[in-house]
Design a protein around this ligand. Sequence first.
Ligand code: CP
Length: 305
Amino acid sequence: LRHLTTLENMPRATIERLLDRAVAMRDACAHGTRKLDLLAGRTILNLFFEPSTRTRTSFELAARRLGADVINFDIGFSSTSKGEELYDTLHTLEAMHLDAIVVRHKISGTPDELVRHAMSGVSVINAGDGNRAHPTQGLLDALTIRQHRPNFEQLGVVICGDVKHSRVARSDVHALAALGVRDIRLCAPAALMPGEHELPHCQRFTDFDEAVTGADAVIMLRLQKERMAATDLQDEADYFRHYGLDTRRLALAARSALVMHPGPLNRGIEISSEVADGAQSRILEQVGNGVFVRMAVLAEMLARP
Ligand code: CP
């Protein structure tokens, strides 16, 4: 794996190898190994043009646990704020001999643009681009589901919320479909459902009660107001009534169904606190798995043979 910009068309064997490697990282950490030296001498740059708590911190932690040097590029204090072009920033940073750039950007396709314009052998890892892809989130969600429900072929997974603007939904669908999940249900109000040409292998629902019935995993999504047009905006109280996950709705899902959310949560808008903090919630487990998945990705791309 040279770059990681999307999970679309990634072979099942590659995804499984990354998940197995994440489990090996988790086991190593569980046995007290706080630091491996697989990436000693490597330098990784976090280049985040959008805010992040989980992804940025876990990439940094993952890189440090593998022995790499990490630079967190501060956009606000960089020459980007003086109008420097993205590609000039890229070439300037490459001249400092980086091994990998972890990039988040509001414009879909930016990581692939960096791959095309890079002049050195730097690896590019997508940490979320617009509404297009968030591949490490897709992997960590697949890992979280696999830990509890390894029989992917028999699973029903519902993804509910602002699907239209969600890079997480797209990467989750790509990962789960590659791993053999045949029953993937997307649920959203019509204004927040992507066009038919996107995510063609999923069933589509506007009625959440119908979509959630019998589901083995329920992945809730945040309303992404920062990406919405005026016509997409929802009345929040009305939205929770129709698309919020509360205990009544969760009872319609399969017994002990997994409750997931990539974060950050909007409590009382897409999920009740009772459910988010309840016994079926895997939300913090997702966060923990994020570190191991990112360790696996970095090791796969940058470890010397
Ligand atoms: N899930 C996720 O991408 O969270 P952050 O925006 O906090 O990184």
